[in-house]
Every structure is written in structure tokens, then in C-alpha cells.
Design a binder for this molecule. Structure first.
Ligand code: SF4
Ligand code: SF4
Length: 473
């Protein structure tokens, strides 16, 4: 049996057989906390908090429903035993009797690998999903897998479920062997010479990551680097980033796209502009509402109503506005549903910001008696059609092989806040020597947060309120 510590340090070329677990639940939670594990799927919620709950089911989320990203698929295919071990530890910590790995049926290699890893296991099963967007949304996933409805404005815990991304569970398994989160698997694709899935140190610059993927292309039409835009994360829920921004524990991908792609327009359009367009063109067709995944689950979220409320200034009940808190910002209304490319999501985002600033707490949108819409199964958005609509068809079939070669940046700039909660407090000073995996910033006393560790060995060159910079020398 190989310890998890030998998986990547150095990278072995053997399969792992991990059985048995001597840790008790509180040990697991403490180790996960110490290792700085956060939700790798994008939200960055501290995992030790999730694992402190008591539930009956843990779902490993392997849906990876952002177009063009493949990091989770590679992880499941390459390290199925580690993910299963992470899932078993999460079940043990939460007291869950049942574990389910949910992934898309079309991830054939990952499915076969997990099936082999689960042979003889009667507590953990696979659930194969269709290729829809957003099949990885926790509300949609819990309904698809278990038929349970997470209440409006609620969390899966309220229906006895914890959902962890497969990348998170990979880190949970490593945390159990005292290995902290220092690296991130991510797909680099689009206008790069060698689209690839890499394992990179947290804090590496986006520019460096693009260089490791061979640098940018000219998109076959002579575009200069200035005419390309970088997206951190996926095309739907990611955001435009700068070359100097860095990879965090939650960065699942870097996309390099021509600036004239519609998706870039949407991501960079100022709110005032979005509202002006909405006021002049929204015809209340309600396509946005008909395809909204939360509306289809029965939530009182109707994006065409917020358009009406803001565009026409009608005297509408406040709950139409406060329903903004139910929007998961999946971007389907803007990127797929609306024939005029209008963005109810931008309205909701802005309302959410204002509600948060005003200290508004959601006690209104908490319905539990939810019934999915009759059309729920028929209005799901197929991934291939979404990719076409986004103008990303040219990149759909790019191979993005896994390359786990050790990547060595000259420096890393590690953010102190890569998670939901308070920023971590530095525990090192400029000039200190650190080794990969050393704790460099810790959770403030009594606060929600996550520890931060050195992702490379080197010298601490800078400590600010936002980041710690380490030079590898
Ligand atoms: S789909 Fe577009 S035009 Fe139709 S109601 Fe929604 S925002 Fe308005
Ligand atoms: S982004 Fe649009 S489609 Fe998605 S949940 Fe919000 S309103 Fe619905």
C-alpha cells in the first residue's frame, strides 16, 4: 500500500490501493482544517466546516460542467482510489452511511476507473449524469442524484447531504496524511499553442501558466496578445483576469479567448450599459425564466420579473427584487436563454451586492415545499448547444492531456483570501526561508477561514495584507 504522500511527491506511475482508516471523525476534521482544504469547485468554502456536520449522504461532485474544463475528469481517471478514500473520510467525519460519486456518463475513462476502484464497496456507488449545464450546481445535483429538494436559500445539509467536489476530496485524502494544499490542477485552453491540464503551485501567475501551455496563438487571424482576453475559471462562472493575477486553490481553468467573443462582451459589460440595453429592448418574452435552472426546480426566481421591475420602474412587490438571493449566477439567462443577450443575472448581482451592504438577511425566500416544474427534464441545456451558443465550438475537441510534470515558477504570490471567510493572518516575515507545505498564514481566532501554505520552497520576499510572495531563487 502506498501512502497518499507519494502520489505526487514524486509522481508515481503506479495505481494506489488505499484501504482502512484509523482516524476518528474529529481527527479528520482537524487534519483537513490544518491542511487548508477549501471547496475546489469554485466557491472555496472551508471544508473542515462542511465535514463537521452530521448527514446521511456525501456526494462527490465530479460533474465538471463548465465548458472546456477537464481537470476533474483527469483527476478521477488518474487517481480514483484517492478520491474514493477522500469520500470515505468525508463519510466517516460526517457519519454518513452512503457515498455517491456523481459524474457525467460521457466521462468514460473516469467512470471505468472509478468502477474499478469501487469494486466490492457496498456503501459507495456511482451516479451517472447527463451532459447538461449546470449539472454540477448543488441544488440541481442533489435533486438529480437523490430526488431531494434543497430549500430556497438553503444548503444541502438541510436535506441530510454534504456535497464535495472531487478535487476537494482528493485534498481531503492528502490532508489525512498531513499534506497541505499547495497545488492546483487546472485546464489551460483556447488560444494557446498546447492546450493542457497542468498541476501548478498556488500563487503562480496566469502569464506563467499560459507560457507553460506554449504561449498564445494568433487565433489563425493574426491577433496580437492585446486582442486576447484571459478568463480565470470557466466560461460560464469564471471572470476576466489579468496576466498578473494568480492561480488560487479554486482556479479550475484558464481560458485564452479573442476579445471579440460574445462571452467576453458579457463579462466586461458595465452594469449601466446592461440596464440601458435592458430598458430599451426587453420584450418580456420570459425565455430567461423558462430556462432558469432555479425556476425549473420550483424556486420563486423569475428573471423576467426583475427586468420588468427595474426597466419599467413598476410598483412591484419587493420580493421580486429580494429574490436576487436565489440566483446562483449560472449565467444561462444571459448566455443562452435571452434572444437579445440581456442579462437578468447582472441585475441580480447588483441587487445582491446592495442587499449585502444594507445588512439584509434572507428570512423571506426560504420555501421548502418545492415542486419542480413539469418541463424540468425537457428544458435542460445540452452542453454541446451551450458551447455552440458561446462561440466556443472551435475549442470543444481540443485534447487537453494531463501533464503532471513539476512546474517551477520563479516566484509565487499566494493570496491570503482564497476562500469564503476572513483572510488568513501571516505567520512568516520577509526574509524567512520556507519549504513547500509550510504554514505561512493561519485562520484568525474564532473566525471562518482557511490556513494558507507555501506552495514552493524559497525565501519570503514580501508580506502584505493581501498576499505573501515567495521567490524560489
Ligand atoms: S429573455 Fe431577454 S427579452 Fe426575454 S424577458 Fe428575459 S431578459 Fe427580457
Ligand atoms: S444566472 Fe440567470 S439563469 Fe442562472 S440562476 Fe440566475 S437568473 Fe437563473
Amino acid at each position: 500500500m502506498l501512502p497518499v504522500s507519494q502520489i505526487l511527491d514524486p509522481i508515481p506511475r503506479v495505481s494506489l490501493i488505499l484501504k482502512g482508516c484509523k482516524l476518528v471523525a474529529s481527527d479528520i476534521v482537524e487534519k483537513v482544517k490544518a491542511a487548508g482544504v477549501v471547496g475546489a469547485g469554485g466557491a472555496g468554502f472551508p471544508t473542515h466546516i462542511k465535514l463537521s456536520a452530521t448527514v446521511n449522504t456525501v456526494i462527490a461532485n465530479g460533474a465538471e460542467c463548465e465548458p472546456l474544463l477537464h481537470a476533474d475528469q483527469h483527476l478521477m481517471a488518474r487517481y480514483p482510489e484517492v478520491i474514493v478514500r477522500g469520500l470515505r473520510l468525508a463519510m466517516q467525519a460526517t457519519g454518513a452511511e452512503r457515498g455517491i460519486v456523481a459524474l457525467k456518463a460521457e466521462y468514460e475513462e473516469a467512470t471505468a476507473a472509478l468502477q474499478r476502484a469501487l469494486e466490492g464497496n457496498d456503501k459507495i456507488s456511482l451516479h451517472l449524469l447527463g451532459n447538461f449545464y449546470p449539472s454540477g450546481d448543488e441544488f440541481v445535483l442533489v435533486y438529480d442524484v437523490l430526488g431531494r429538494m434543497v430549500p430556497e436559500g438553503g444548503i444541502p445539509l438541510e436535506v441530510g447531504v454534504v456535497v464535495n467536489n472531487v478535487g476537494t476530496l482528493f485534498n481531503v485524502a492528502r490532508a489525512a496524511e498531513d499534506i497541505s494544499v499547495t497545488h492546483r490542477y487546472l485546464t489551460v485552453t483556447g488560444e494557446v499553442k498546447h492546450p493542457v491540464t497542468l498541476r501548478v503551485p498556488v500563487g503562480t501567475s496566469i502569464a506563467q501558466v499560459v507560457e507553460w501551455a506554449g504561449g498564445t496563438t494568433d487565433a489563425g487571424r493574426g491577433l496580437t496578445p492585446d486582442e486576447l482576453v484571459l478568463i480565470g475559471g470557466g466560461a460560464m462562472m469564471g471572470q476576466v483576469v489579468q496576466a498578473t493575477d494568480v492561480v488560487t486553490k479554486t482556479t479550475g481553468g484558464v481560458l485564452v479567448l479573442p476579445a471579440d467573443k460574445a462571452i467576453i462582451r458579457w463579462m466586461t459589460r458595465p452594469l449601466a450599459n446592461a440596464i440601458r440595453r435592458g430598458m430599451s429592448t426587453c420584450d418580456q418574452c420570459r425565455d430567461c425564466t423558462d430556462l432558469c435552472p432555479r425556476n425549473l426546480l420550483g424556486h420563486a426566481l423569475a428573471p423576467h420579473e426583475i427586468m420588468r421591475a427595474i426597466n419599467y420602474g413598476l410598483e412591484l412587490p419587493t420580493h421580486i427584487v429580494t429574490a436576487a438571493v436565489l440566483c446562483c449566477e449560472c449565467r444561462l439567462c444571459e448566455a443562452y436563454a435571452c434572444p437579445l443577450e440581456l442579462s437578468p443575472m447582472a441585475y441580480y448581482r447588483s441587487v445582491k451586492r446592495e442587499l449585502a451592504q444594507a445588512g439584509w438577511k434572507n428570512t423571506v425566500h426560504r420555501r421548502k415545499d418545492l415542486t419542480p416544474h413539469d418541463m424540468f427534464p425537457y428544458r435542460r441545456v445540452p452542453m454541446s448547444r451551450l458551447i455552440d451558443k458561446l462561440g466556443l465550438t472551435a475549442y470543444r475537441d481540443y485534447p487537453v492531456p494531463l501533464n503532471e510534470q513539476e512546474q517551477r515558477p520563479k516566484e509565487v504570490r499566494i493570496p491570503l483570501q482564497q476562500h469564503i471567510g476572513a483572510p488568513a493572518i501571516p505567520t512568516v516575515r520577509e526574509g524567512d526561508k520556507v519549504k513547500r507545505g509550510d504554514l505561512i498564514a493561519s485562520i484568525p481566532d474564532g473566525k471562518l477561514g482557511a490556513n494558507v501554505h507555501a506552495s514552493v520552497s524559497g525565501k519570503v520576499a514580501e508580506v502584505t495584507e493581501e498576499h505573501i510572495r515567495i521567490e524560489t531563487g
